[in-house]
Design a protein around this ligand. Structure first.
Ligand SMILES: *Cc1c(COP(=O)(O)O)cnc(C)c1O
Length: 372
């Protein structure tokens, strides 16, 4: 592949910085490698960047979801409404706590949970609604916020892919009672390791998550365990690297948005030829992954590969169709999620693609749709 889907040089230009950080933290007299001053400063920076009351760094985006669900006292007998299309932790996090993930079908164009479906699935057992932003489109948070408020249930916003996104003037992560970010390598603020962050405007959720990530301790007295907690702590080297890279994040997000908007404009005319791009908009967008819906998806994938262009399928099956989650979803149907799983194809959108490369990718998609 001349243009692989996952770029091999994701942290290009930052390797020296990373090595310097490893050396300085590795050789520092305090020998502090987790939850030290770099982590605290990283949390403060993220907290202030979105106007949260608290931001808590933890082991991964998945861990962040589990920590918040635990802080919201989700357990056996509870239901958590999640999208029927998305990544495994959306279903696994509630299930791990003994709760039931209830799958809401998605909008057939944007692939995010359909608010009407969420509203239809609210029951007396619903404890939390957990929508997720998907690919390049944020979920309809104003509608989902009002469903949560009128049902009197909590809202956990899976903004793992949407850090830096804005919808109606509110940052991704701040529409819910809590939101999460992921820093796994491929995410827009990815890093060379595992990590996540919880953001919340609710100081009580913040305090609970902070305890839960470190064995239920309060951070003052060691070996006093107020709650049954996890080990979900944050690495000092990663925190220092993220502190260094945060200043240039807006630049990278802007470049992604520029590429995404160009694609959407080029692909607008392909809707009648079996290739559907996301709806054009500037509000509520987060260009993590640029996904098309192609009627002949596998043929498009082969066509791109023949021109040296990598692509990726997120996700090949709807969540309720996964063997692990099917027992939670007996007898249901999720037509939009199942169609999305057959048609979705993501094309490269990383920020260091050149204009010529972006044009080459767009040309290849257009040629496929128009000529074959
Ligand atoms: C990546 C992702 C997660 C999980 O984050 P990890 O850091 O990989 O655990 C959760 N939800 C969504 C929507 C994601 O894309």
């Amino acid at each position: 592949m001349t243009l692989p889907f996952f770029p091999p040089d994701l942290f290009d230009g930052e390797q020296e910085t990373l090595l310097d950080i490893v050396e300085s933290i590795g050789l520092a007299p305090e020998q502090k490698f987790i939850l030290g001053t770099h982590t605290t400063r990283f949390e403060e920076m993220i907290r202030d960047s979105v106007g949260a009351a608290d931001a808590i760094a933890c082991g991964s985006g998945t861990a962040a979801l589990s920590l918040v669900l635990r802080a919201m006292d989700v357990g056996p007998g509870d239901e958590v409404v999640v999208p029927a299309f998305g990544c495994a932790p959306l279903a696994a996090a509630p299930a791990m706590l003994g709760a039931v993930p209830v799958f809401a079908d998605v909008d057939p164009w944007t692939m995010v949970a359909d608010p009407a479906e969420i509203a239809r699935l609210i029951s007396p057992r619903t404890k939390v609604i957990m929508p997720a932003h998907m690919f390049s489109v944020m979920a309809d948070m104003p509608a989902i916020r009002s469903i949560a408020d009128s049902a009197g249930v909590r809202l956990l916003e899976d903004s793992a892919v949407a850090q830096g996104g804005m919808l109606g003037g509110t940052p991704a992560g701040m529409w819910g009672d809590a939101g999460v970010y992921s820093f796994v390598q491929v995410k827009t603020f990815g890093m060379p390791g595992e990590g996540g962050m919880v953001v919340t405007a609710d100081p009580e959720i913040g305090t609970a998550v902070r305890m839960l990530r470190n064995h239920g301790q309060d951070g003052r007295t060691r070996f006093v365990h107020h709650r049954i907690g996890y080990n979900s702590r944050f690495d000092e080297i990663m925190a220092a690297f993220q502190l260094h890279r945060f200043a240039t994040l807006p630049q990278r997000l802007e470049r992604r948005a520029c590429i995404g908007e160009y694609y959407t404009e080029r692909f607008g005319e392909l809707a009648g030829c079996g290739v559907l791009a996301p709806p054009p908009a500037s509000d509520g967008r987060c260009y993590y992954v640029y996904s098309l819906l192609a009627e002949r998806r596998d043929a498009l994938r082969d066509h791109l590969a023949a021109q040296g262009i990598g692509s990726h399928i997120y996700y090949p099956a709807a969540l309720p169709r996964q063997p692990a989650f099917a027992p939670y979803a007996p007898g249901g149907a999720w037509p939009a999620a199942e169609l999305a799983a057959r048609r979705t194809l993501a094309i490269p959108i990383y920020p260091h693609l050149t204009d010529a490369q972006v044009e080459h990718i767009a040309d290849a998609v257009c040629r496929f749709a128009k000529e074959s």
